[in-house]
Design a protein around this ligand. Structure first.
Ligand SMILES: Nc1ncnc2c1ncn2[C@@H]1O[C@H](COP(=O)(O)OP(=O)(O)OP(=O)(O)O)[C@@H](O)[C@H]1O
Ligand SMILES: [Mg+2]
Length: 478
C-alpha cells in the first residue's frame, strides 16, 4: 500500500475511532511508562500509581489522538492538492506540446507554400526565357541547310534546351501539383528509369519480375516516376547495409473490391518489396500523413505526395510491413484501353502554310520569336501584349474585312486579360474563332483539356518551330 493510499484510508475512518485508537495507544504507553518507573524506583507498583497512570493516559491519549487526526488530515489534503496540481501541470504540458506541433506543421506548410510560390515564379520566368531560346534556335536551324556544320551545333543547342525544359516542368509540377496528363504507357520503362535514377551507386540492387504481356496503363509518366522514386528512396534508406528490392508488376482483375477503394476492372499491380527495417505497428496508420517522418532529415512528404498522385490516377496504394523484416508497397493503376502511345520523337519537319495569325503574349521576347517562326513557315503574323490589345486588333481586322485565320493566346498574363477570358470575348465576336492556347503550365486543365475550354489546339512552352508549325497546320486544316 502506498503512503497516499494509507493516509486516504485513515482519512476516511470515523474520527472517533481514531481518537479511540489514540487513547488506547497512549494509555498503554503511559501505563507501561508509569508502572515501569514505579517498579524501577520503589521496587513495586503501587495502587495509586496505577490510578494516576490511568487518568493521565486518558488526558494524554485524547491529546495524542486529536493530534494524530489532524496530522493525517493535513497529509491527505496536501496529497490531494499535490495530485490536482500535478494533473494540471500534465494537461498544460500536453496542450503546450500540441500547440507546438501545430505551430511546427503550420510553419512547415507555410514554408512549403512559399517555396512553391518561389519555385513556380522562377520556373515560369525561366520557361519564358527557354521559349525564346528554343524558338530562335529552331528557326535559325531551319534557315540553314541540313548538312551545314552550324546546323549540327544548333541541333545540340536545341536538345539541351529541351532538357532544361524537363527541369522547369518538374518545378512547375511541384509548385502546382496539378491534374495528371494521361497517356497510354508501358509501366516498365517508368519503373526502370526510377530505379536507375534512385539506386545508381547504391549497395541496394533491384530485382525485376515483369511478364512480357503486361497491360499498358493510363498515366502521367512524370508523376508516376515520382511515386516510384519516393518508394525506392524509402526502401533504399531502410536498408543501410544493402540488400535487394523486389520490383514486380503484373496484370490483375479487380472485382468488387471495396477495401482498396477502387472500382472493379483491369489493373496493373506493381509491388515494391524491401528487406529493410520495417515500420513499427503504431506508425503504419500515419505514414501517408503529410509531414509524418521518423527520419532526422525527412520532410515526411514522400508518401503523402505518392498517395495523392496515385489517387488522382484512380488507383490505390497499400502497405504491409513487419518490423525488422521489411516493407512491401503495392500500387494499382488502371490499365489502358488504348494502344501504347509512343513518345513523339523530336520532329525536324516543317509544315508550311499561309494566313494571318494574331499572337498575344506578355513577353516581348516570345512575341518576337513567335512572329519570326510564323513568318519563316509562310504566315503573316501580328502581335499584341495582352487580351485587351488582342481583342481590339481582332475587331479592327474584322471591320476591315481582313480577319485573322487563327490566334495564339498566352494563358496567363499578369495584370492583364489572360487567354481564357480573351477567348470567351473573342467567341462572342466570332463563335468559330480558331484559337491555340500557349502556356508553360503543362498541368493546367486549360492545356490538358484544351478542347473543353474552346481552344482548337495547345502548345506547351517552350516549343520550337517544328511543333508550332505542325499544330498550326492541324488547326487550320481541321
Ligand atoms: N520502405 C520503408 N521502410 C521503413 N520505413 C518506411 C518505409 N517507407 C516509409 N517508411 C516510414 O514512413 C515514414 C514516411 O515516409 P515518407 O517517404 O513520407 O517521408 P520520409 O521518407 O520520412 O521523408 P521524405 O519527405 O524525405 O520522403 C518514414 O519516415 C518511415 O518511418
Ligand atoms: Mg521518403
Amino acid at each position: 500500500m502506498s503512503l497516499q493510499e494509507y493516509t486516504e484510508k485513515l482519512y476516511k475512518m470515523n474520527p472517533l475511532h481514531i481518537i479511540w485508537i489514540g487513547v488506547i495507544f497512549a494509555e498503554l504507553l503511559t501505563l507501561l511508562v508509569s508502572t515501569g518507573a514505579s517498579y524501577i524506583f520503589w521496587g513495586h507498583v503501587s495502587h495509586e500509581i496505577l490510578v494516576i497512570g490511568a487518568v493521565d493516559s486518558l488526558i494524554v491519549g485524547s491529546i495524542v489522538s486529536i493530534f494524530i487526526y489532524y496530522f493525517v488530515r493535513k497529509i491527505h489534503v496536501a496529497f490531494v492538492a499535490n495530485q490536482k496540481l500535478l494533473q494540471e501541470i500534465k494537461e498544460r504540458k500536453k496542450v503546450e506540446e500540441e500547440n507546438e506541433a501545430l505551430y511546427e506543421q503550420l510553419q512547415q506548410a507555410q514554408k512549403l507554400e512559399s517555396l512553391g510560390v518561389l519555385a513556380g515564379g522562377i520556373a515560369h520566368d525561366f520557361n519564358n526565357l527557354l521559349s525564346a531560346i528554343l524558338a530562335n534556335v529552331s528557326t535559325a536551324q531551319m534557315s540553314l541547310k541540313f548538312d551545314d556544320p552550324v546546323a549540327r551545333i544548333l541541333i545540340d543547342a536545341n536538345k539541351a534546351t529541351l532538357q532544361a525544359t524537363k527541369l522547369t516542368k518538374q518545378l512547375l509540377t511541384f509548385a502546382k501539383g496539378g491534374a495528371p496528363i494521361l497517356h497510354s504507357t508501358s509501366i516498365i520503362g517508368v519503373l526502370t528509369d526510377a530505379s536507375d535514377f534512385t539506386l545508381h551507386g547504391s549497395n541496394v540492387k533491384p530485382e525485376f519480375s515483369i511478364p512480357d504481356d503486361l497491360w499498358p496503363v493510363d498515366i502521367d509518366s512524370g508523376q508516376i516516376n515520382q511515386v516510384f522514386q519516393n518508394l525506392l528512396i524509402n526502401a533504399n534508406q531502410a536498408m543501410p547495409d544493402g540488400g535487394a528490392i523486389n520490383i514486380e508488376a503484373k496484370n490483375e482483375n479487380v472485382t468488387g473490391n471495396g477495401i482498396l477503394g477502387i472500382s472493379s476492372g483491369k489493373y496493373v499491380k506493381i509491388t515494391i518489396a524491401d528487406q529493410g527495417s520495417g515500420i513499427a505497428h503504431e506508425n503504419i496508420e500515419k505514414i501517408f500523413d503529410p509531414f509524418f517522418s521518423t527520419k532526422a532529415e525527412g520532410s515526411g512528404l514522400g508518401l503523402a505526395t505518392s498517395y495523392s498522385i496515385v489517387k488522382k490516377h484512380k488507383g490505390a496504394i497499400t502497405v504491409d510491413s513487419k518490423q525488422g523484416q521489411g516493407t512491401t508497397f503495392q500500387i494499382y493503376l488502371p490499365s489502358s484501353k488504348q494502344e501504347i502511345q509512343a513518345e513523339k520523337p523530336v520532329s525536324y519537319d516543317l509544315y508550311y502554310g499561309n494566313g494571318k495569325i494574331l499572337i498575344m503574349d506578355d513577353e516581348k521576347a516570345i512575341r518576337t520569336s513567335l512572329a519570326r517562326m510564323l513568318k519563316k513557315t509562310g504566315y503573316e503574323a501580328e502581335v499584341s501584349s495582352d487580351g485587351q490589345d488582342a481583342l481590339k486588333m481582332y475587331k479592327e481586322a474584322l471591320e476591315r474585312q481582313q480577319p485573322y485565320d487563327a490566334v495564339i493566346l498566352d494563358l496567363t498574363v499578369p495584370g492583364g486579360l489572360g487567354g481564357l477570358e480573351t477567348l470567351e470575348r473573342l467567341q462572342k465576336i466570332s463563335p468559330d474563332v480558331k484559337a491555340i492556347v500557349s502556356s508553360g503550365y503543362a498541368n493546367s486543365p486549360a492545356l490538358a483539356n484544351y478542347k473543353e475550354f474552346g481552344f482548337s489546339g495547345a502548345v506547351i512552352k517552350p516549343y520550337g518551330i517544328q511543333d508550332l508549325s505542325r499544330i498550326l497546320y492541324e488547326v487550320l486544316n481541321q
